[in-house]
Design a protein around this ligand. Structure first.
Ligand code: SAM
Length: 280
């Protein structure tokens, strides 16, 4: 009978966040696939867990996934952990789950700490809908531009991970493209110096341009205002020539008559008035 793959969350700073079930599953597994065995040995020692470990990280995640799936097929139970938090969330894990599922292996999670959700719930920003961006692709201009264009129109709360040494640069980029939105910078979550205050992107930037940012951080940003987006869209259309305005709707698949009706409505005129304008 095949074994089972467990994705086990580990603390993101406070060892008290290790769950009772996480300790049991890690103790009972046949093998622990750890992102960094030198890092995880401290956690395992702390909880008196003696299960053998193997490394499963960003640079061997495809090949090693095959080896781990083979072990699972041979009946071994495998527990995957990352350096902190939930495996698979800006950490290795996803590829292993895909391959395990392809092989018909049962996959289960042992939930626990995750910096994104921890930051979101204390941010004071809406939690009903949110989008998790992980790390922005700051070293690839094309991907970064695409991500920012998408985020500009994102109405759900946005969660971003960032390393302290890139924080100021990333805040500057976000302020330039999203405008001065409300935002909460959550630092050192669950640790002694945890800090999370709700202000604005410009205020956070001003602070960290002078105070060197320390510790890991999650940035939670207010989504775009739907009414403002709609108003901006109409303002952009009104700046077009009337014929371009009609063409805009036609390029979206409307018949000319419908496109004229929509453009006339945006311009606060009747279709006949727009027709005159176009043919005058
Ligand atoms: N898998 C992890 C999780 O579930 O949150 C995330 C791993 S990712 C490689 C590391 C990033 O998570 C950090 O750069 C930071 O953005 C965020 N992070 C992790 N621990 C944190 C903490 N204690 N406080 C704030 N952010 C944290």
């Amino acid at each position: 009978m095949p074994g089972k793959l467990y994705l086990v969350a580990t603390p993101i700073g406070n060892l008290e966040d290790m769950t009772v079930r996480a300790v049991r599953v890690l103790s009972e597994a046949d093998i622990i696939a750890a992102e960094d065995t030198r890092n995880s040995i401290k956690l395992l020692n702390h909880f008196d867990i003696h299960t053998p470990m193997t490394s499963y990280h960003e640079f061997n995640k495809y090949d090693k996934a095959d080896t781990l799936v083979q072990m699972l097929l041979e009946g071994k139970n495998v527990a995957a952990i990352s350096d902190a938090g939930m495996p698979g969330i800006s950490d290795p894990g996803y590829e292993l789950v895909v391959k395990a599922r392809e092989a018909g292996i049962e996959v289960s999670a042992v939930p626990g700490a995750c910096a994104a959700i921890t930051g979101l719930v204390i941010s004071g920003l809406p939690t009903r809908r949110f989008t998790f961006e992980g790390f922005l692709p700051v070293s690839d201009n094309k991907l970064l531009k695409e991500a920012l264009e998408r985020l500009k129109r994102e109405t759900a709360t946005i969660i971003i991970y960032e390393a302290p040494h890139r924080l100021v640069k990333t805040l500057g980029i976000l302020l330039d493209s999203l405008g001065d939105r409300r935002a909460c910078l959550c630092r050192e979550l669950t640790k002694r110096h945890e800090e999370a205050s709700l202000s604005t992107l410009s205020q956070i930037l001003a602070r960290y341009e002078t105070d060197k940012p320390l510790g890991e951080c999650v940035l939670v940003i207010e989504g775009a205002d739907e009414r403002q987006l709609a108003a901006d869209d109409v303002a952009e259309l009104l700046a077009l020539k009337p014929e371009e305005h009609v063409m805009h709707y036609m390029s979206q698949g409307m018949e000319r008559m419908d496109a004229m009706k929509a453009a006339a409505k945006d311009r606060g005129m009747t279709k006949r008035e727009l027709y005159k304008l176009l043919n005058g």
